[in-house]
Design a protein around this ligand. Sequence first.
Ligand SMILES: *Cc1c(COP(=O)(O)O)cnc(C)c1O
Length: 381
Amino acid sequence: MKFATKAVHAGVAPDPSTGAIMTPIFQTSTYVQEGPAQHKGYAYARGANPTRNSLQKSIAALENGKFALCFSSGMGATDAVVKLLKPGDEVITSNDLYGGTYRMFTKIYEKFGIKFHFIDLTNSANIQPLVNANTKLLWVETPTNPLMNIVDIKACAVIAKKHDILLAVDNTFASPYLQSPLELGADIVMHSVTKYLGGHSDVIMGALVVNDEKIHQELAFIHNSCGAVPGPQDSFLVLRGIKTLHLRMERHCINGKKVAEFLKAHPKVGRVYWPGFPDHPNHAIAKSQMRDFGGMLSFTLKDDSIEKAHTLMKSVELFALAESLGGVESLINHPASMTHASIPKEERLKSGLVDSLMRLSIGVEDAEDLISDLEQALNKV
Ligand SMILES: *Cc1c(COP(=O)(O)O)cnc(C)c1O
C-alpha cells in the first residue's frame, strides 16, 4: 500500500459488532472475563485498549515498521527508550536537541548513572571517537529545532551497527510522510504525535516504532510497567488526524517553500533556515533522506534585536504566537524569549540562536495570505 492509502486505511477496520466505519472509543478501564484469565486479549486497559491498538497499527504502517506503541506524550515515549539502559551505560546524542529531551537526559537520567555525550551530529565523524564498550544508544533528531540542521541517518546507522549500539531517531519534525528512519537503518523511531501526526493542536501524545520483536517486547514491558499510556479519546482524535496526514503534509511543504522563498528575498530578513535551499549546509543529505522539505523554518532580521522580533511577533495577525508545531494553523515563536530562554545568552549565540531568530510552523492556510501577513508585519519593524 502507498502512503496515502495507509493514512486512510491502515490499522482500522469496521467495528465487528455494529459495522461502524470509525474505530469506536473504547472508554473502559477493564474488560469482563469469561473465566479467570479467559479473555479476548484485553484484560486491563493500561495493557491494551482496542482504540489505542488501531492507532498503534496505523502508526507502525506509516513508518514501515512492524510494531508501534503509543504513549501519553512524546516525552513519555523518549523516557521508555532511556529505560532500556542501566547505570554505567553511555549515550551519544546531539548538542542541538529538543529542549525537553535535553532536560530529561541531564536532569533526570544523569543522576541514575547514565552518561550523555552532546556533540555536533551534523558531522558523523564526531561519533566514532566517543564510542566505547558502554555506549548503548545513539539518539538522533533531524531536522533539528530551531536551526533546521540535518543529521545523516544512514551514516549514523553504519556506526551504530558496527558497534552494536541502538539507533533511535526523533522523527517529529519530518513526520513519516517525509522521512522513514527505519529504512535508513534506525532501530527505533520516536514521535511527538502531538505535532504532525495529530495535526490539529488538540492532543498530547508520543509513539515509538520498531521492527525488531525483542526491542518491541522490552519497550512494551516498560510501557505497561511504567504506565505512560494515552487514553482512548486521544487515540481516536489521532486516528482521525492521520486520515489527512498526506494532504496536510503536502500543503505544509508547498506553503513552507513559498514562505521560505519570500523571506529569503525580503530586504529586512537576514538568514532563512530551511533545508530546501541549495545553500543550506546539509541540503544534499536532506535531499537524499527526505521526500520533501516540510513546513518548518526559521529566520533572522538583518537588524538583529529582541525588540524588533517582538514588534514583528505582535504585528502578525494570522500567525499565532505559540510553542509547538505541526498543526493546521501557522505559528510563530521566538526561541530567545520562549523555548530557549533558559540558555545563557553567550551559549545561545554560539549555536546561532541570535536575538531576532524566529521559528515558523507553516500551516495549511493559503500561502498568499501567510505571505501578506508576514509582509505587513515586516513593514512595521
Ligand atoms: C514536542 C517535541 C517533543 C516532545 O513531545 P511532547 O509530545 O511535547 O511530549 C520531542 N521532540 C520534538 C522534536 C518535539 O518537537
